[in-house]
Each structure stands twice: as C-alpha cells, then as structure tokens.
Design a protein around this ligand. Sequence first.
Ligand code: GDP
Length: 395
Amino acid sequence: MSRKEKNPPPPKKAQFGRVSNNLQMGIVGLANVGKSTFFNALTKSEVPAENYPFCTIDPTTARAQVPDARWEYLCEVYKPQRSIPAFLSVTDIAGLIKGASEGLGLGNNFLSHIQAVDGIFHMIRIFQDEDITHVEGSVDPSRDLDIVSNELRLKDIEILAKKVDGLVRINARTNDKTKKFELDTVNKCIHMLQEEGRDLRFGDWDAHEIDLINTWSLLTTKPVVFLINMNRDAFIQKKGGKHLLAVKNWVDQHCPGEMIIPLSAQLERELIDMPPEESAAFLKEHSLGKTLDKIILAGYSALHLIHFFTAGADEVKCWTVRAGSKAPKAAGVIHTDFEKGFIAAEVMMYNDFKEHGSSEATVKAAGRYLTKGKDYEVQDGDICLFRFNVSRGKK
Ligand code: GDP
C-alpha cells in the first residue's frame, strides 16, 4: 500500500512558507540594478509617526504601509484617537553575483539572508546608463534572470544534497517509513531543480511533502515578484521596449503566473522628494499610478497576507494574518489570551458594514452582524470583535 493510501494528506490547505503573521519580502538582484535606490524610496517615504506610513525597523528593513481604502473609510467613520494601518516588512539584501552559491561575493552569507525572508522582490535592470557599471557588462535581462535564478537553485541543490548521504545510510539500516519518505522527497526536489531546471514552488506537491519541504528553508519555494527597473523617461512614456518583453517571456516560461511590475527607481526617489501635492500632480499629468503602493500590495499578496480590522472610537487597526487563518489564530494576533480563551468572533463583513449604514446597530438591524465559531476562516476586511474567557485560557 502506498504512503498516500495509508496517510491521507492532512485536510488543511498546505502552502510553502513559514506559518507566521510577521512575514518579510527581501529585495534580491545583481549589484547596481537599483535595489538600494528603490529601498531608499521606501524608507524615505517616512512621514510623521502617528500616520505610520513608512518606518524603518533597522537600516536594512523598512515597514511599508499597505494601502487600503477600507481602512481609510473606517477611520472616517469612527474618527478614532489612533489609526494603525497594515504593514509589509521589506529587507534590502546586498547584491548577488554569479557564483554566490560557491561562495563568491558575499556568497553563502548573501544566500542565508534570502533564507531569512519569506518572499522575494527580484529586481532586474533594464535601464541603460553608461555611467552605471553593469556587473555583467551589458543590459541583458534574460541573462541576469538566469544568473540569479540559477544561483538560488544551486543553493537549494547544495542544501538538499547534504541530506542525501545520511538519509541513504539510515534507509539502508532501517525500515523507517518517515525516512524513506524524506529521502524520496529530497530526490524529487533535486530532480526538479537539477534535471528540469525548475523552481520548487512550481512542483506538484501534496500536503505532506510541502510540510516537510517547509522545514528545510529552501530558496526556490519562496514566491517572487519581479520588479523591472526602467529608464525614467521610458517608464513615464510606458515604453518598455524589447527588454521588458524579454522579461515577460522569461517569466512566462520559468515562473508562470508570477507578477511583473515595471518601475523607475530613479523616478520613485524624485517623487519622494517632492511635496505630496506636486507628486500627485505629476502622476496625474502622466497618467501614472502609485507604483510603490502597487509593489507593496503585490508583496503582501504574494505572501498570502490579509488583514482584518478592529474598529472603535479609540482605535481603528489592521491586523495582519495569513489567508486561511481560523478565528482563534487571528484573535491570538491581538493577544494570546484571546486565542487560548476563544469563545466566538463577532464579525461584520466590510461590504455589509458599508452597505448597511456603517454602524454596528444598522448592520445588526440588517441581520448581517454575524457570530462565528472556532472554525471560521477570517476574511480579508472583516471587522472583528472577539469574545473570550481568560479563565478558560488558563486551564
Ligand atoms: P543596487 O546595487 O542594486 O542596490 O543599486 P543602487 O540602487 O545602489 O544603484 C546603483 C546605481 O544606479 C546608483 O548610482 C543609482 O543612482 C543608479 N540607478 C538606480 N536606479 C536607476 C535608474 O532607474 N536609472 C538610472 N539611470 N540610474 C539608476
């Protein structure tokens, strides 16, 4: 009987990545592609603390505000003393060079920084500027994409290859099904990376395999958002040209479905230095959206993050959880007692709140004030009040 027949996959939805509400994106790419310029634009958008839009955690990590019109609306309705949006943590990781997996440049140090983040903003240079050295000598995004993705795959192969000998020995000695499963999964991963040249997140894995692979901190399981750094004027005129097309083709072929966002890091820096009215007028004049916002939302969604709200006269606050979190887990983000002593969640869905008078009383009158139990999966935008019993939690 196969392992699958004996142990049906756990019913929960399995996803690659850490189970945590405090996930981070890391900016990865070759040197001189514009990573720090982009990162500085993120951190430089810091504004007064009570508005919290951006704030730097340390010199290499920024907490960027996740834009949300629903949160703004709730703040208008409740006029709270404190209003706290959702954040995305973004880390600037020093430039990778060809051969990093063999220790060149910052080498393994660099790759361990990628291990520590949960998703990757992969920045690619297509801007031309003779004054800014390209580490590979010319602008060629497909080659650069190959270099970085190969390094990440090579690092994964190295991590996995180290497990093989030990597992082969154990399997020769014992009949331990777990170890057999582990060896099979290691080999399946190596085959995919080495023979097929594909990243692990595009594999066909069952929930058991994903749970196991998650324990190995591999790089190619992490979701990627591709950021394409264009020449300022080409970006403004929305002329990506052959290089942007080359990136699109590459991503379609190697990372189907992953997001590509063109930007000009240089322009973002300029916009940050302008007064807000001036930058808004500039964007309007050129029919451009807020690219930093778009990037932050893409990172948040690549990490499967959502947020629910707590709302009242004292505070309107976004609480970030992983999509699929059950009500007690979500309550635990506010306070561990809320999770331990969880009784029920009182929920107003955001659209109901907006459609039915924007108050608890009117939502109740419309019969849309819901009481949910421990199996409820909290939805993005839910306005929640948790009922809990501390003595129950302490038992
Ligand atoms: P990193 O090594 O990837 O972090 O790259 P940096 O952000 O430090 O940028 C390297 C150099 O390229 C700096 O001199 C930047 O001013 C310049 N640079 C970054 N983005 C752009 C861009 O969009 N256009 C041009 N022309 N130069 C840029």
